[in-house]
Design a protein around this ligand. Structure first.
Ligand code: TTP
Ligand code: MG
Length: 353
């Protein structure tokens, strides 16, 4: 039986800004891009959430529904520093840490002897240390696998924790809406709803074979998740599958020529980013992403070991031809070879559950 903790900070970027300027604490605060640059909200505090503001919302709209919203620009260095500080805390409890983002990580504490081996007490202590040493609050979920731990950390957010004991799994998943299952997006949720499946208990009426017939390989996963089963390891060597850079333009780009002209600048920033990451991975594909004025998005990719500027310009022509509308965002990037992951997975087998 494994002991997994999922830690997720509360309104992370906004929490850092409130820590550094306590006068913000009583106000509705968001961190994001400005209206004149057609920015979006990265996150907002819980006061702003009460007005309906949320991540990925256009700043312009957020200010309309919450006119008193205090908008703060990003300070990524501070977020990164806080994230590193949290990782130092995690390392006092286990080496098996899988970061999911700057403010979120899975910890496998199965073998840890801290707090007499109690994952619940470790999670509490970690939250207290994050508060004291970093100055922000985090929520924690404690369970026997990653899927349940992640759902649990959200259960009593903000500044809360939730434990799902092995004996409670069956009762817990029974009443869990299927859209909470990892991998169930809007389309699958709708498909499930059409079959009268709203809660995990509804999924229990269908056996593995039936679910596989309807949902392919994902059917098997649905069968397992709906029973609270998830064998995924805490992946300490989680590695990126792609690297990209994208830019949202303050004014839409009109015509293919003005889009093509933007590629050299993107290409240069992208190369800088790659240099900094000093990645040793082999490139497998190059891709270009285009978001049009109507927010529709298209991606074109092609096999390439070492994509040139011209290769990206060709990909862009193909992507643009799919809609031929004004362009809001351009992105370029690379995907890495799959073997890298198999290598990492093999390494993970060194840490059996
Ligand atoms: P989340 O953990 O998803 O959100 P949060 O920490 O702000 O709020 P919650 O209390 O619900 O956990 O994301 C962590 C940070 O990542 C968030 O503070 C800002 C950034 N982020 C974006 O920049 N864009 C996004 O769309 C999301 C979801 C997050
Ligand atoms: Mg968070």
């Amino acid at each position: 039986m494994r002991k997994i903790i999922h830690i997720d900070c509360d309104c992370f970027f906004a929490a850092i800004e409130m820590r550094d300027d306590p006068s913000l604490k009583t106000l509705a605060v968001a961190v994001g891009g400005s209206v004149d640059r057609r920015g979006v909200i990265s996150t907002c505090n819980y006061t702003a959430r009460a007005f309906g503001v949320h991540s990925a919302m256009a700043t312009n709209y957020a200010l309309r529904i919450c006119p008193q919203l205090v908008l703060i620009p990003h300070h990524f260095n501070k977020y990164k520093e806080a994230s590193e500080g949290m990782h130092h805390i995690f390392q006092d409890y286990t080496d098996l840490i899988e970061p999911l983002s700057l403010d979120e990580a899975f910890l496998d504490v199965s073998a840890s002897t801290h707090c007499s081996g109690s994952a619940t007490l470790m999670a509490r202590e970690i939250r207290q240390r994050i508060k004291k040493e970093i100055g922000i609050t985090a929520s924690a979920g404690i369970a026997t696998n990653k899927f349940l731990a992640k759902i649990a950390s959200d259960w009593n957010k903000p500044n809360g924790e939730f434990v799902i004991l092995p004996t409670e799994i069956e009762g817990f998943v029974k009443n869990l809406p299927v859209n909470k299952l990892f991998g169930v997006g809007k389309v699958t949720a709708q498909k499930l709803q059409n079959l009268g499946i709203i809660y995990c208990s509804d999924l229990h009426r269908h056996d593995k074979i039936e679910l596989t017939k309807i949902f392919g390989r994902f059917g098997e996963r649905l069968h397992q998740l709906s029973r609270g089963i998830d064998d995924r390891q805490v992946n300490t060597s989680r590695s990126r599958k792609s690297v990209s850079i994208e830019h949202t333009y303050p004014n839409d780009l009109h015509g293919i020529d003005s889009c093509i002209k933007e590629i050299p600048r993107l290409y240069q920033s992208f190369q800088e980013r790659q240099r900094k990451s000093s990645s040793q991975k082999s490139i497998h594909k190059a891709f270009v992403k285009v978001k049009f004025a109507d927010f529709s998005t298209t991606t074109v990719e092609r096999r390439a070991d070492c994509p040139t500027l011209e290769a990206y310009q060709d990909l862009l022509k193909e992507a643009y031809s799919r809609a031929e509308q004004p362009v809001r965002l351009l992105g370029i990037g690379v995907r890495f070879k799959e073997e890298q992951y198999l290598g990492n997975l093999a390494q993970l087998e060194l840490f059996p559950s």
